[in-house]
Write a protein of this length. Sequence first.
Length: 414
Amino acid sequence: MNAAMQRQRGAFTYLAILLLLVVVATSMRFLLSAAEANNYAAVIHAQSLQALMLADSGVEIALAKMRNAGPLSCTNSAQPSGALGAGSYSLVASQISSMAVASSCNGLLTSKGCRIQTQANVGATARTVSLDVAYCSPTEAGSSGFGGYTSNITQKITPYQANSVVVSNLAFRRKLDSGGPNASATTCNQTGTYAGTCTQGWNIESSSGLNSVGGRGTIATTTSIGDYYVNQNLEADRNYVAVGAIFEGTGVTYLGAYADGSSASNKGTTGTSNIVMGQVTDGRSSGTSATGTAGWCKGADTLVFGFSAKSFNTNDTLTSVTFGAVNMPLVLLERYTSIYTDMYSEVWYAYKPASSGGIDSLFASGVPTDFHITKSGVTTDQWAAGFACLKNVDPATPRGLVSFMQPYNWWEPY
């Protein structure tokens, strides 16, 4: 092989080595780029997971605050932003007037509620999580049993605001099936995390026979957020059913109560009619208010109705309550029927703001004011009922004593 061919072969060798180096360098650059991309993707993925967990944690914090402070904490000011670890989150809370819920929530398919949305940021990533919280207050709720003398009749109260008024309606048998002495309600007291006050709004009996019914309206006030207990007693152990409702608002106040124990106006002697009527005095001028002034309902925006009766079947209930000449409809808050204790108890209410005339506008002048109730089932004609009046009630707050907040629809919107 001559020298020219050797030089040519050497040149090809150098060229092949150079090309190989270029290929190796390109491959290395590609591998390094792929590694960098994979590392960046891994970092982004990790940050995304951190952001998702942080958003979930923000929702948990908001839910914990709501469970402590109640539905009125469903505001941006009550749900501030925060930081956890290397990230930060921001909260948006808004009230929902109608939320789809399960029937176990409140006996209906819709409920008031709160929507919480949390956006969390970690590095260059952001994740958003939403949660709907339903305000559940089942209408079919309460407590029942046999007692009242050897053991307290106890109802738990969990207010969402610092000041609230509770109306408890206690239905009880006056006599045993075998007869014996009559029993009436005696005392009430309030215990719990924070002490409040407890007073009797009405104590009325339908009659003194074997089928007679006693009905008692207890008014309790709370001063702070916490768990309270209203304890009531009877002169002797009897079958009983207890329900109640809680009312909140700025300056909410109990004004007075009414029940007529000397006539049939607020106790049952109704024959076979399914439409029952009673009467109350003019609450603007008659009766004595809780402060000792005249007028048991003067200046009220909320009228509360407590009903007590015997029951034979689970469908022994009221179907409607109306008040005054305009037949203002009342809304059911809580009822409980117990065929084991053959009693049932219900609490209804009507709200009419002062700007629309208030409850004052429902009373007749100079004559008794009518109220009407309709009932289902084979409810006995023995019943007892009373009224209480409140003012400064926030119309979004009335609920039964058995109430809770239930999370629904925890999701990440895209």
